[in-house]
Design a binder for this molecule. Sequence first.
Ligand code: PEP
Ligand code: MN
Length: 337
Amino acid sequence: MIIVLKPNSSDKDIDHILDRIRELGLKPHLSRGEHRTIIGVIGDENKLQAQPLQAIPGVEQVFAIMKPFKLASREFNKKDTVVAVGKVKIGGGSMAMIAGPCAIESLAILDEIATSVKSSGAAILRGGAFKPRTSPYSFQGLGEDGLKILRDVGAKHDMPVVTEIMDPRQIPLVERYADMFQVGARNMQNFDLLKELGMTKKPILLKRGMSATVKDMLMSAEYVLSEGNPNVVLCERGVRSFEDSTRNMLDLSSVPNVKGQSHLPIIVDPSHATGRPDLIPAMAFAAVAAGADGVHIEVHSSPEKALSDGPQALLPKQFADVMVMVRKLAEVMGKTV
Ligand code: PEP
Ligand code: MN
């Protein structure tokens, strides 16, 4: 249920409406826009349907959202949400380039990669300290030592950092070092993790599950939003398909698809989507043209020695070339990088 308030409604009116909603055992979410204030109501809608809410002073319109996701829906917020990650903005005309190695391997390697991607124009540094590997015998990440390296290198280069979190028990630790939590494809429907992250204040990069529909992804975002954290950035990273010449199948239509249904920003990860450096540049450009709010690319200074996802890593020089074209395309799309 969405309650649209009159432009001249007072704080007293708003408090009164919020109290009425709470009295009914429901959860209000206040969103103050530039021109409009609206209240999203979460809970049993039947309790509200019977209430003459329209009669409350300050209320202009009350309507139900039929979609299973509400706070994430375009109806809830006509304006694009802009998520701030440190000084970097994602969404609403600001495109953010996220780059770095799949895994944090050492201070020297991460520093080398960060130096190059920063000089090419990447805004956010990525690197995994907890790696969700398909095999338990593969490199699992450096854990807290890796997080410390990530924070130090990010600080040195004045880049906010994003890193994957796999378990709600890791939140206090990861929160100390990261500017943004990444929820990986394998955990997109780890609802306990999503709920706990919803109680934090840091932005969330929510990657599309391997077999998740766009609606599933928006429902997962709703888990975070409904707990009070409005800072969710979605990420299209390809889905499983019958095609076996690429790692996944990049669903670029999800970008405008999400934008029609939701106000949340969405970025594209052509690295995990294709798994192939020869395809990553073209898919990065196509992502910008499709309206993405950012691109996420894995970069390694020595891909053949990388401990994770080496075969899909771009070399720093290749990333620099991608950035040149991304900037041009972003300009055409009316975006700033
Ligand atoms: C990653 O970003 O390194 C990663 C594991 O991505 P995904 O969850 O999309 O597979
Ligand atoms: Mn990876």
